[in-house]
Design a protein around this ligand. Sequence first.
Ligand code: N01
Length: 496
Amino acid sequence: MSTDAVSTRALIIGSGFSGLGMGIALKKQGVDFLILEKADEIGGTWRDNTYPGCACDIPSHMYSFSFEPKADWTHMWSFQPEIFDYLKGVADKHGLRRHIRFGAHVDRAHWDEAESRWHVFDATGQEYVAQFLISGAGGLHIPSIPEIPGRDQFGGVAFHSAQWNHEVDIRGKRVAVIGTGASAIQIVPAIVDDVAELQLYQRTPAWVMPRPNNAFPQWMRTVFTRVPGVRALLRAGIYWIHEGVGFAMTQQPRLLKIGELMGKWNINRSIKDPELRRKLTPDYRAGCKRILNSDTYYRGIANPKTTVVTERIERMTPGGFVTADGAEHPVDVVIWATGFHVTDSYTYVDIKGADGEDLVDRWNAEGMAAHRGITVAGMPNLFFLLGPNTALGHNSVVFMIESQIRYVAQAIAAVDQAGAAALAPTRRAQDEYNADLQRHLAGTVFSTGGCHSWYMDAHGVNRTLWSGMTWQYWLATRSFKPSEYSFIRQRESVRS
Ligand code: N01
């Protein structure tokens, strides 16, 4: 340990919903901690994504901490500035800022067995030492831009949806949006009126459900604020409606046909051209990829300024795109709404656990897997929030994060109670848990729905989504089970 290393008991990576929620829990538990944040502000995904139209596709009364309700959300599905403000308010209220090191981009960490401590380094070389290391980095923060031949020759402006360049004036420009995922469907209607021409490059159409998102009238917000129980009732209603969708996705995929009828109705009410309707209608089961919701996306497409390009992009030129049919598409601005490095996100941090074992090598060889999505055999005192197989296709990930935070807090308490230095799940417990998880996933729409999605890794194994409903995950993580763990005293090996 260098002389200027910063020591604390727990290090948390990231200050989004996960990192902030974990910080609040550790504060309550009296565990000294530091949050390492790569940027100069808190907020994670809700700080980074500032694209026009950016909003949450889960209702805000559910997509918020259960212990920090906000009665006066302006919309059912709030826009990014309001969610960002909410998180800043939570950080301030709980006095978290003094626990945060901004500009600390973690790029490597190793477990020192003799000391039973993690040594963590940021990109500037600053060293941090802690007994517990908790990643709240999530899996949707490293932009993915396709390697299209000629991309570096493009003479216009190009940026990723999560790195929106607000210096660029898109008014009157020929703009290309690449991708038709959750980000793109919000961007298209938000910019179409401003641009001269909008080319939307679609590889796979999404199922997009209707979503009326008018602002809550003031009287309703007053009721949520003043009448006891109403807001909680709304949250419960939202929760169980989404769990109903989760039931269909994970137990009865055939029920999703009902959603497909709604999706088709959503297309038909805005799009009159039968050929365009055909292009926009998915040929896979709804839910196989993330189900999207918007009342404005298809209207944006119906705008005469919009062209949907379904031919494969072959290459880029200084002036735009050339598609597989040989057509040239001149553009001034390219917006990559092409998603994130998800199943390989772990390769961006170098983590070495017990006996110097490299987590990247392990997961490259075996696939990304953790015990209950949180801890990893051979990696003492390392915890993941929104780790492997804990993302959702149907409900609020904040619910999952809260379950995990509770579990991590219990694990830390268990180490202290046992008078140990560290713990790691046994290989057996982790393998049994994951074998069961994969068995359940095999019957879900994510596996059977006939699509290609970012839920799957390079080997076609779902390493991202939870296999059931969220209350089942809550049950699976509600109480920490010491019997699934090896407890480690200093200088002891953790291999089991
Ligand atoms: O990214 P995506 P996103 N040529 O990966 C296409 C969350 N989120 O940023 O489907 C042409 O979903 C790709 O095509 P295909 C949410 O969890 C949440 O939109 O692979 N196209 C796809 O259409 C979401 O799922 C909110 O065939 C290419 C698109 O790019 C996740 O973030 C809001 C291509 C990428 O879609 C990611 O959403 C926004 C290529 N070479 C996002 N490569 C909330 O409201 C990729 N594509 C909570």
